[in-house]
Ligand binder design. Structure first.
Ligand SMILES: Nc1ncnc2c1ncn2[C@@H]1O[C@H](COP(=O)(O)OP(=O)(O)OP(=O)(O)O)[C@@H](O)[C@H]1O
Ligand SMILES: [Mg+2]
Length: 504
């Protein structure tokens, strides 16, 4: 018998059908993947389970009994814990307090701090999160905050654990640990629901698969063994995935970005390269290898102690993020919470934000109607799923928020576009659209540098990839050498895989 079942759920937001007659049925001792494109309705379904959103129709059955939760806390009291996509932590409060919201162990009128510590420690150790429990959560990195959010769910020892894209902010090592924990929970008969756009990761872990497409359940609890990734992608998109068109780099003019023996202590050592107009240059490496530092230097977030950085037109590198924007440098980050959006402002204002600052500075008259129309064009171009451009950004689905960050920077018409995991949280279909756009833009930014933890993305999109190892530029891959396999080898060893020995 299923532990938890959601049936026949319909939810409409101001004319937009987020879910129609959707559902999911989860079993103890099983990891259930809940998949679908951006805006398919996954997070909405989860919010309906916890009572955060009320559907027009539908029912929730727990252990054979129909009921409705009134809040996340109520759900947790019934053994259903949720790690939501948008982090729900109190940035000013410390880690320990965040782990026990509203259900702190107490001793008399006081919270029992030692009991809280005793419960938190093993969970944090399991997750490999080594932080001071008194540290305010707002001072932690995104990955650490994500782990706190997961720990918060685990300390309730749930029977049903629902995770909405828990790994998109995590480094590989933390992801491995989390997947290990989920396997252990499965052995303890916990029902796990897992949402992720990283299909290989999900498929390696899950037992059952439910796919939503445009608010409808198109696959319902199908056993993992009956499907391969291609079939899942087809179900998600409604058609098979196509290859990214590869347009050869077309150097437009002599404008280049140049690094000449650039050194940033502890991060980059004597790095030299040039990136020309009309090509997409990838930057790869294990965490801390220096590839991200390159982006930070160009964006004015970090200054080299030695060497020269020249922007197109032989201009010096910006010394602050603000100066970078003025110099035509845009940084699109997958950490949309940090460099991202004004969530309470409408989509069109977000898309217009950077561009209007520049235009206003130049004394141009800005008309809202025109900015709306321009935003609408970006919405179509990037396939952002929304019915209008007046929707506050906070109401867009996670992946559509990420696309909006890209739209905003493209709208600013940058000469240098820095992309840092730009498709984090974006589904296969959306990734394909963004990749195609990057490959085929002819009026876009002249120079594009792409950092990605996704090797397939690097191989698909880049003309060449600079591989960093321990702060040094160790190899450049292009053409037939530019494969996921070669990337992985070079990132780990700093050397190219050796060619097979000559025959004698
Ligand atoms: N409060 C809201 N008001 C208006 N529209 C909303 C609201 N919440 C969600 N939506 C819309 O409902 C649809 C489904 O969104 P949902 O967040 O469930 O998608 P998702 O499958 O989780 O996508 P992603 O993978 O990008 O996170 C989207 O079109 C979204 O814009
Ligand atoms: Mg979502």
């Amino acid at each position: 018998m299923s532990v938890l079942e959601v049936r026949g759920v319909t939810k409409t937001y101001g004319g937009v059908r987020a879910l129609s007659d959707a559902g999911i049925r989860v079993h103890g001792g099983s990891v259930h993947a809940l998949l679908g494109e951006n805006g398919a309705g996954k997070s909405t379904l989860i919010k309906i389970i916890t009572g955060a959103v009320r559907p027009e129709h539908g029912s929730l059955v727990l252990d054979g009994r129909e009921l409705a939760f009134t809040s996340t806390a109520d759900a947790a009291a019934h053994g259903v814990a949720v790690v939501s996509q948008e982090l729900n932590l109190f940035p000013d409060l410390d880690v320990l307090t965040n782990l026990f919201p509203m259900r702190e162990p107490t001793r008399g009128p006081f919270r029992d701090r030692s009991a809280m510590v005793a419960r938190a420690r093993p969970v944090l150790a399991q997750l490999g999160l080594d932080v001071d429990l008194r540290r305010p959560v707002g001072r932690l990195s995104l990955a650490q905050r994500q782990l706190v959010e997961i720990a918060k769910a685990l300390v309730t020892e749930p029977r049903v654990l629902i995770l909405d894209e828990p790994t998109s902010a995590l480094e590989a090592a933390s992801t491995e640990r989390l997947l290990g924990i989920l396997r252990a929970l499965r052995r303890r008969e916990v029902a796990v629901v897992f949402v992720s756009h990283l299909l290989e990761e999900v498929m390696a872990l899950c037992d059952e698969i439910t796919v939503l497409r445009e608010g409808r359940t198109v696959l319902s609890g199908v056993p993992r063994g009956d499907l391969d990734i291609g079939a899942v992608v087809t179900a998600m998109l409604g058609h098979a995935q196509q290859a990214v068109p590869r347009v050869a780099a077309s150097p437009r003019d002599g404008r280049t970005l140049a690094f000449d023996r650039v050194t940033v202590p502890g991060r980059l050592s004597e790095v030299s390269f040039t990136a020309g107009a009309g090509e997409v240059v990838g930057l790869a490496g294990l965490a801390g290898s220096g590839h991200r530092t390159v982006l930070e230097v160009v964006a004015g977030l970090r200054r080299p102690v030695r060497g020269r950085v020249r922007l197109p037109g032989d201009r010096p590198a910006p010394r602050r993020l603000r100066a970078a924007i003025d110099a035509g440098v845009a940084l699109v980050s997958g950490d949309r919470h940090r460099y991202g959006l004004m969530l309470d402002k409408p989509l069109w204002e977000n898309v217009a934000q950077v561009r209007s600052v520049a235009l206003a500075r130049d004394g141009a008259l800005l008309r809202a109607g025109e900015l709306r129309a321009r935003a609408a064009r970006q919405v179509t171009r990037l396939g952002i799923r929304t019915s209008h451009v007046d929707i506050p950004c906070g109401l867009l689905s996670g992946g559509n928020q990420q696309k909006t960050v890209l739209a905003k920077w493209l709208e600013a018409n940058p000469e240098v576009l820095l992309l840092d995991d730009p498709t984090r949280g974006v589904g296969v279909g959306g990734r394909h659209e963004i990749h195609t756009l990057l490959r085929t833009m002819t009026d876009g930014p002249a120079i594009m540098l792409l950092c990605s933890t996704d090797l397939d993305e690097l191989a698909q999109v880049c003309d060449r990839v600079l591989v960093f190892h321990q702060g040094r530029l160790s190899a450049t891959l292009r053409g037939d050498d530019l494969t996921q396999h070669t990337l992985l080898h070079t990132m780990n060893t700093g050397t190219l895989p050796s060619a097979s020995p000559p025959l004698r």
